[in-house]
Design a protein. Structure first.
Length: 325
C-alpha cells in the first residue's frame, strides 16, 4: 500500500475528497479549448524556447507557484503590485527574492494578443511551472485549468502562511495541513529543491549563530559547513548564492534527497525532514526506488495546484497580471 495513503484519518479523507470533487468539477482539462484553443500551446512554446537558455527560471517559477498557492490559494495574488496603502505579497519577506515576474508577463501579453481577457494569470503560472519543469528533465503532470485571479494581495498573510526555511517539522506540518497537504506532500514538494539556488542569508545562522551564541547547527554536516564558510558564506550577512543541489542544480533528479540524508540540506526545513520517522523513511524509499519520485511528485504538484482555486464568477481575469482590472 502506498505510503501517501496511510496518514489520513477517515474524517480527513472524507473532507478532502469532498474538496477535491468540488475543485475537480470547477477546474477541467482543456478549459480553454473553445475560448482560446491555442492557449496552452502558446505557454508551452514560450517556455520551450526560453527555459533552455535560462534553466534557473524553472526553479524560480516553481517557487512562485508554491508561494502563490499557500496564500489565498492559487489565484496569482503573488503577482499583484503593492498599492497605497496596501502592501502586497511581493513585499513579504519570503518573496523578496522571487524572480520570473517578467517571464509570466511576457506569456500573458502573448495570450492577450491571441484571446483578450480570457486566460487567467493564475493558469499561466500553473502551466508555465509544469512546462518549465519538463524542460529541466522533470516529470509532467495534469494541469486542469479554469482558475480565476484574486483581487487581494496582503504582505502579512504571506509572511504568516508561507513555510519558512527556518521552520521545524511541527511548523512545516501545520503550514501544509492548513492548505490540505500532508507530510508526504511535504517531502515530495521539498524535492523541488533539486533545482535552483539559495542566498546564504537564508541559512547562514546555521553556520554562525544558530542559537544566538555564535554556534553552528549540529544537524548540519560539519565538513559541509566548513566548506560553505570557506568558499561561499564567509560571514553571517553574506549574500552569495549557493546551489541547493550541488552538481546538478539545473537537472530535476533525486540529488536533493541524497544531500538531505547526508545532513547537507541547506535549510533547517530540509534537516527537519529527518526528524520525523515517516518522512525520513519515505525519503529512503524514494532513494531506493520503491516509491517513484517523478510519479509521486507529479501527484503532489497537481494537488497543490488545486488549493483554494477561484472559479466561475469568483475573482476576475486580469488583463495585466500586476494590477487588478
Amino acid at each position: 500500500m502506498k505510503m501517501r495513503g496511510l496518514y489520513y484519518s477517515g474524517l480527513t479523507i472524507l473532507l478532502f475528497s469532498a474538496f477535491l470533487q468540488l475543485t475537480q468539477a470547477q477546474l477541467q482539462l482543456g478549459f480553454y479549448a473553445k475560448s482560446c484553443p491555442n492557449a496552452e500551446k502558446i505557454v508551452k512554446d514560450f517556455v520551450d524556447k526560453h527555459i533552455p537558455n535560462a534553466p534557473s527560471l524553472a526553479a524560480a517559477l516553481i517557487r512562485m507557484h508554491f508561494h502563490d498557492c499557500f496564500v489565498r490559494g492559487c489565484d496569482a495574488s503573488i503577482l499583484l503590485n503593492s498599492t497605497s496603502p496596501n502592501s502586497g505579497e511581493k513585499d513579504a519577506i519570503p518573496n523578496r527574492t522571487l524572480r520570473g515576474f517578467d517571464f509570466i508577463d511576457r506569456i500573458k501579453s502573448l495570450l492577450e494578443a491571441e484571446c483578450p481577457g480570457v486566460v487567467s494569470c493564475a493558469d499561466v503560472v500553473a502551466l508555465a511551472t509544469r512546462d518549465s519543469i519538463v524542460v529541466t528533465g522533470g516529470p509532467s503532470w495534469s494541469v486542469p485549468t479554469g482558475r480565476r485571479d484574486g483581487r487581494v494581495s496582503n504582505r502579512t498573510e504571506a509572511n504568516n502562511d508561507i513555510p519558512a526555511p527556518t521552520d521545524n517539522f511541527t511548523s512545516l506540518q501545520t503550514h501544509f495541513s492548513n492548505v490540505g497537504l500532508d507530510i508526504i506532500d511535504l517531502v515530495l514538494l521539498s524535492g523541488a529543491h533539486t533545482i535552483g539556488i539559495s542566498h546564504c542569508t537564508s541559512f547562514s545562522r546555521r553556520l554562525y549563530n544558530f542559537t544566538g551564541a555564535g554556534d553552528q547547527d549540529p544537524a548540519l554536516d560539519s565538513e559541509y559547513a566548513a566548506n560553505l564558510k570557506a568558499r561561499k558564506c564567509k560571514s553571517l550577512n553574506d549574500t552569495t548564492k549557493v546551489e541547493m543541489d550541488p552538481g546538478s542544480r539545473n537537472t530535476f533528479d533525486l540529488g536533493y534527497y541524497s544531500h538531505v540524508v547526508k545532513r547537507r540540506g541547506l535549510f533547517q526545513s530540509d534537516a527537519a525532514l529527518l526528524t520525523n520517522n515517516v518522512t525520513s523513511s519515505y525519503i529512503q524509499q524514494l532513494l531506493q526506488g520503491s516509491e517513484n519520485f517523478f510519479t509521486e511528485f507529479a501527484k503532489s504538484m497537481e494537488k497543490m495546484g488545486r488549493i483554494n482555486v477561484k472559479t466561475g464568477t469568483d475573482g476576475e481575469i486580469r488583463k495585466n497580471c500586476a494590477v487588478v482590472n
